[in-house]
Design a binder for this molecule. Structure first.
Ligand SMILES: Cc1cc2nc3c(=O)[nH]c(=O)nc-3n(C[C@H](O)[C@H](O)[C@H](O)COP(=O)(O)OP(=O)(O)OC[C@H]3O[C@@H](n4cnc5c(N)ncnc54)[C@H](O)[C@@H]3O)c2cc1C
Length: 562
C-alpha cells in the first residue's frame, strides 16, 4: 500500500491515518508462506534484516515514502539491544565530556522530535546529578556542561537548575550528606524501548510494510535471476527472498557472516546490565545520575512506577549477543557504586526483583580500537555509520535508541537515490506514531485508561471500550503492576506475538518488573496464545519451558516454577 498524500494529512488526526492492520497468528502464517514463495519477478523494494529500533525506523521511513518493504528478524521485535537499554531518550550528558558535541546536538534534536511524534512514549523527567568532593566532575563543571546542554537543545526543554547541598538533599533525602557539594537538575526523557520499537513498526505496517519474525537470514548475496540483477536474502531452509535493496540493521549481530569482509571487525561489543527493585525498597523521588570514581562513566537510578531500576555497566563483550547475561559480579558492581551515595538503601540480591542484560553495537575506528585495547568500551563513540559491501548491500550500525529516526532518514535517503525514486522526502518527524487526540485529565481518572495510556497512547480508548464489553479483560495481570489482560489479547491479535516470551518480556515487561517474572500468569497467557494459534497442551508446556530458559539465560538466576 502506498502512503496517503502526506502534505494534506493532519498531523495527529486518527481519521486520516491508515488503519492499524491486524497482526495475529493468521497474518503471520500467510506472510511466511508468501515469503517462502518469493518471486524474483516481484522483488521487494527494500528488505530490512533486523526488527530492532534501527530496522523499525528504516521500515517506517521507507514505507512512508512509498517503498514495498519487508522486515525479517531472527527473533522477536526488539529482541536484541532495543529491549535491553537504559530506556532513556536523552542527549547524553556524558558525551559532552568526551567533546562529542555533534552527537549531543543530534540526540537532543531527536529527543524533541520523538517527544512530538510519540508523546505517550517519551516521558520528560527531571534528572538530579549530584557532585561530591573529589568527584571527576565538580559542581562548577556540571553547571557549565548543563548550560551547554540547554543551548544545544535550543532551549526547547526546561533549563537546568543548580542546587546547593541543602536544596539537593531536600529534593533527594536519600543522598549521602558527607562531601556533597550540590547538584544540577535537568530534563531528559524516559521511554519503554521495546514498545517504542513495536510502535514504530506498527506505524510502518500502517503504510504497508510487512514484518516476519523468527525468520533468521543466514546469508546475503547479489545474483542475476533471469534478466534481473537482485539482492537476495537466504533463510535457513534456503528460501530466497528477492530485493532491489537489502539493508542490514542487525545491531550487535552485524558481522562478517552477513556482510563479508566489510563486516569483519566493524563493531566492538559492550555489555551493560540493569537491575530492578521495588520502589518501596529504593524510594528515589526522581532519576539520579551517579558518577563512577576514576572512570568517565555514569550510572542511573530511575523510578519506574512501583519499581526502580539501576544501571548500567560497560564491559567489552565477545560471543553471541543473544547469550549475554547478568552475572553476580555485575550486580555487585552496581550495588557498590550506587550504594556509596545511597547509604540508607539496602542494595543487595535480597531486594532484587529482576534484571536484564544488553549488548551495545559500537562502531570501531582505528582510534576506538586502541581505546578498546587499552581496557574498556566506555570511551567508544556512540555515533552510527552506514556501510556498504561489494554486493551493494547496506548496513546501518551503531547509534542510539534516541537517534534512530535520523539514522533511518540517512539510510533511506541513500536507498531512494539508489532505486532512482523521485518521490521521497522524509516525513517521519512530522507524523505521530499513534495518531489521535491525547487523553484528557478527565479520561485519565478511569484507572484502566490511566494504566494503558503509557503504552498505547490514544489507542488506549479502543482497549478501554473492549474492557467495557468484557470486564475480565480489565483485570490486572499482577496487582501492583499496570498491565491488563486486554493487552495480552491485543498482543496476540495486533502485535505480532509468536510465543509467550514475546508477550511477557517485551509487549508487557512483566519479566522485568514482577518478582515472580510472570510465573502466576504464564500458563494462562500460554493457553490464550495456543488457542489463538490452534495448538495443543504440549505446546503450552513447551512455551513455558522456553520462557523459563530465556529468563534464566538473561538474568543468570533461576526463575520460579510456572
Ligand atoms: C546497556 C545499554 C543501555 C543503553 N541505553 C540507551 C539509552 O538509554 N538511550 C539510547 O538512546 N540508547 C541506549 N542504548 C543503545 C541502544 O539501545 C541501541 O543503540 C539500539 O537499541 C540498537 O538497536 P538496533 O536495532 O541497531 O539493534 P538491535 O535492537 O539489537 O536489533 C537487531 C535485530 O536484528 C536481529 N537479527 C540479528 N541477526 C539477524 C539475522 N541473521 N537475520 C534476521 N535478523 C537478525 C536481532 O534478532 C535483533 O532483533 C543502550 C544500549 C545498551 C546495551
Amino acid at each position: 500500500m502506498s502512503p496517503l498524500p502526506l502534505a494534506r494529512r493532519n498531523k495527529t488526526s486518527a481519521d486520516n491515518q491508515p488503519p492499524l492492520p491486524t497482526w495475529g497468528p493468521a497474518e503471520t502464517v500467510s506472510l511466511a508462506s508468501r515469503v517462502r514463495d518469493s518471486d524474483p519477478d516481484e522483488p521487494w523494494d527494500l528488505v530490512v534484516v533486523g526488527a530492532g529500533i534501527t530496522g523499525a525506523g528504516i521500515a517506517r521511513d521507507a514505507a512512508m515514502r512509498g517503498l514495498r518493504v519487508l522486515v525479517l528478524d531472527a527473533n522477536d521485535i526488539a529482541f536484541g539491544t532495543s529491549s535491553r537499554s537504559s530506556r532513556l531518550i536523552h542527549g547524553g550528558v556524558r558525551y559532552l565530556e568526551q567533546g562529542q558535541i555533534g552527537l549531543v546536538y543530534e540526540a537532543l534534536r531527536e529527543r524533541h522530535r520523538l517527544k512530538n511524534i510519540a508523546p505517550h512514549l517519551v516521558t520528560p523527567a527531571q534528572f538530579l546529578f549530584p557532585a561530591y568532593r573529589g568527584d571527576r566532575l565538580p559542581l562548577w563543571k556540571l553547571r557549565i556542561g548543563l548550560s551547554l546542554y540547554d543551548a544545544l537543545s535550543l532551549y526547547q526543554s526546561r533549563g537546568h537548575q543548580t542546587l546547593g547541598p541543602k536544596a539537593c538533599r531536600e529534593r533527594e533525602p536519600l543522598l549521602a550528606a558527607e562531601g556533597l557539594s550540590g547538584a544540577v537538575s535537568y530534563e531528559d526523557g524516559v521511554t519503554d524501548d521495546a514498545r517504542l520499537t513495536l510502535t514504530t513498526l506498527q506505524s510502518a505496517r500502517r503504510y504497508g510494510a510487512e514484518v516476519l519474525t523468527y525468520a533468521p537470514v543466514v546469508r546475503l548475496a547479489r545474483e542475476t535471476v533471469g534478466e534481473r540483477d537482485l539482492q537476495v536474502a537466504y533463510l535457513r531452509d534456503e528460501t530466497r527472498v528477492f530485493a532491489q535493496q537489502i539493508i542490514v540493521a542487525a545491531g550487535p549481530w552485524t558481522s562478517e557472516r552477513l556482510l563479508g569482509d566489510v563486516g569483519k571487525r566493524l563493531l566492538s561489543l559492550s555489555r551493560g546490565i540493569h537491575v530492578v527493585m521495588r520502589a518501596d525498597d529504593v524510594p528515589v523521588r526522581q532519576p539520579l545520575v551517579i558518577q563512577v570514581p576514576n572512570e568517565r562513566r555514569i550510572l542511573f537510578v530511575i523510578p519506574w512506577g512501583t519499581r526502580t531500576y539501576l544501571g548500567t555497566t560497560d564491559t567489552a563483550y565477545e560471543g553471541d549477543p543473544a547469550d549475554s547475561s547478568v552475572t553476580a559480579d555485575d550486580r555487585q558492581q552496581l550495588y557498590r557504586l550506587i550504594g556509596r551515595l545511597l547509604p540508607s538503601v539496602d542494595l543487595s540480591d535480597q531486594r532484587l526483583v529482576s534484571s536484564w542484560s544488553g549488548v551495545r553495537p559500537l562502531v570501531r575506528s582505528v582510534r576506538s580500537q586502541k581505546k578498546a585495547a587499552s581496557g574498556g568500551t566506555v570511551e567508544l563513540s556512540r555515533k552510527h555509520r552506514v556501510v556498504e559491501n561489494a554486493a551493494g548491500i547496506l548496513a546501518v550500525v551503531g547509534g542510539k535508541l534516541t537517534t534512530y529516526r535520523a539514522m533511518a532518514q540517512e539510510a533511506v535517503d541513500l536507498v531512494m537515490r539508489r532505486l532512482g525514486r523521485k518521490r521521497g522526502r522524509c516525513e517521519t518527524h512530522r507524523f505521530a506514531l499513534v495518531a489521535g487526540e491525547p487523553l484528557t485529565a478527565e479520561e485519565l481518572k478511569n484507572p484502566v485508561l490511566a494504566d494503558l495510556v503509557n503504552r498505547h497512547g490514544p489507542e488506549a480508548r479502543e482497549l478501554a471500550r473492549q474492557v467495557e464489553r468484557d470486564s475480565q479483560l480489565g483485570e490486572r495481570l499482577v496487582q501492583d503492576l499496570p498491565y491488563r489482560w486486554v493487552e495480552v489479547r491485543r498482543a496476540i491479535t495486533h502485535e505480532g506475538c509468536t510465543c509467550i516470551r514475546d508477550i511477557l518480556r517485551r509487549r508487557l515487561p512483566l519479566a522485568l518488573t514482577d518478582h515472580q517474572q510472570g510465573a502466576r500468569v504464564a500458563r494462562q497467557v500460554a493457553t490464550e496464545l495456543t488457542q489463538a494459534r490452534g495448538g495443543s497442551s504440549a505446546d503450552i508446556e513447551r512455551e513455558i519451558a522456553e520462557y523459563r530458559d530465556a529468563l534464566q539465560r538473561e538474568t543468570g538466576c533461576d526463575p520460579p516454577e510456572m
